[in-house]
Design a protein around this ligand. Structure first.
Ligand SMILES: Cc1ncc(COP(=O)(O)O)c(C=O)c1O
Length: 412
């Protein structure tokens, strides 16, 4: 897999780039069609039911329908997640909207784990009721919670694992088993959709564990350098036509100029970056756990992590090693703004900024920043605390990261 992520498919029908070691950046809104018949065939075959998009010789027509650089990135993303099909989008939120957009319609219900990225929470809370989609919030870490939340109208179960920002895990295989059991009585089986942004496919491949659909913010570790926004849905072929039609009509497609760096720089370096960031996360989590100014550390790689056993079985890299990832959530005694302002003004290795999963180590306060859109009550229900900080490890020397945190914590 690591070699594949560097090379992609050498012989892709998306684009014959045998003369290039690196595929050229495509930048063409529309394509020359050659003949009226070829143009008509392109429209006729686009997103046609039963057509395998990766095997078909594409007829490119217009960027919003399909495009070669994006297509190559999609082939590699599908492979990295062990899925059959991938579609990319302009942002992670566009991917979340599209994945659920093809599954849900007016009158349907969706069960959602209570702790979510702020904008996903906002999407479900503020926009889904307008579409007539009922969202049922549940604590999916609790046994029996999913079974109690399912109804004959449930079409999707949505969660992040690890959840942003608290890092709690959902047992993907167990969730699938609950949905199967419910469906055995002749009711429709809810589709499991997981946001795998925190783990990345390097640390966890949910489709192999029972999920039906994976969504990603490519803005994070898959892009890896913090230069471009993007999103992806990876799933089974049966959803491919709907997904492409959704993207064509709602329009949130990934620009090829953004697909290119993700394909050329992001994916090939994913394993290397994840290994290094994860090593640093382990060192930093150990340091934080022993620090007197730190109240609690939530990192799946710590033996004190409440779901450590689940982490060990679910978060596994391509070689079968334990892969708890590069994200940490911790709470401090005292005022988080003292730490953050120290970091903002003085730190070298750690940066006060939202986003995550890039070469720089980033720290932020979820209640004031990424999850500020949630009311105080909703933040409480999500398990967020004002004293909480989210840390995304980058590629700096870990000793420099530790030195910045040590000095920052001295200021609480
Ligand atoms: C877990 C998770 N999902 C989705 C998103 C949305 O991604 P984007 O900002 O690319 O729209 C984010 C962004 O922070 C995220 O953390």
């Amino acid at each position: 897999m690591e070699t594949f992520l560097v090379h992609g498919r050498a012989h892709t029908k998306k684009w014959d780039y045998s003369h290039h070691l690196v595929p050229p950046i495509s930048s063409s809104a529309a394509y020359r069609l050659g003949s009226a018949e070829r143009g008509a065939l392109g429209f006729e075959s686009f997103a046609r039911e039963g057509l395998e998009p990766s095997k078909a010789s594409p007829i490119y027509i217009y960027d919003r329908l399909d495009e070669p650089v994006r297509g190559m990135l999609e082939e590699s993303l599908a492979e990295a997640e062990c899925g059959e099909f991938a579609a990319t989008f302009a942002t992670g939120m566009a991917a979340v909207s599209a994945g659920l957009g093809v599954l849900l319609q007016h009158g349907d219900e969706m069960v959602v784990h209570r702790t979510l990225y702020g904008c996903s929470f906002s999407l479900f809370k503020n926009w889904y009721p307008r579409l007539g989609i009922r969202v049922v919030y549940a604590d999916l870490t609790r046994e029996g919670a999913l079974a109690r939340a399912l109804t004959p109208a449930t079409r999707a179960v949505y969660f992040e694992s690890p959840a942003n920002p608290t890092m709690e895990l959902i047992d993907i295989g167990a969730a699938r088993a609950v949905c199967e059991k419910y469906a055995r009585k002749g009711r429709p089986r809810a589709q499991i959709v997981i946001d795998n942004t925190f783990a990345t496919p390097f640390c966890q491949r949910p489709l192999t564990l029972g999920a039906d659909m994976v969504v990603h913010s490519l803005t994070k570790n898959l892009g890896g350098f913090g230069t471009d926004m993007g999103g992806a849905v990876i799933t089974r072929k049966e959803f491919s036509s709907q997904m492409l039609l959704y993207r064509k009509d709602f329009g949130g497609c990934l620009a090829p100029k953004s697909a290119w760096p993700i394909f050329v720089y992001g994916l090939p370096t994913l394993p290397l970056r994840m290994r290094q960031q994860q090593d640093s996360a382990r060192r930093v989590a150990d340091f934080l756990e022993r620090h007197p100014k730190v109240a609690r550390v939530s990192y799946p790689g710590l033996p004190s992590f409440p779901q450590y056993q689940l982490a060990r079985t679910q978060m596994v890299d391509y070689a079968g090693g334990f892969a708890p990832g590069s994200m940490i959530y911790f709470t401090v005694h005292g005022d988080v703004n003292h730490v953050l302002n120290y970091v903002a003004r003085n730190a070298y290795a750690v940066t006060l900024a939202v986003s995550l999963g890039q070469v720089r180590t980033l720290i932020e306060s979820p209640t004031q920043m990424t999850h500020a859109t949630l009311s105080a009550d909703d933040q409480g229900a999500c398990g967020l605390e004002k004293s909480g900080l989210r840390l995304s490890l980058g590629l700096e020397n870990v000793n420099d990261i530790l030195a910045d945190l040590e000095k920052g914590l001295a200021h609480t």
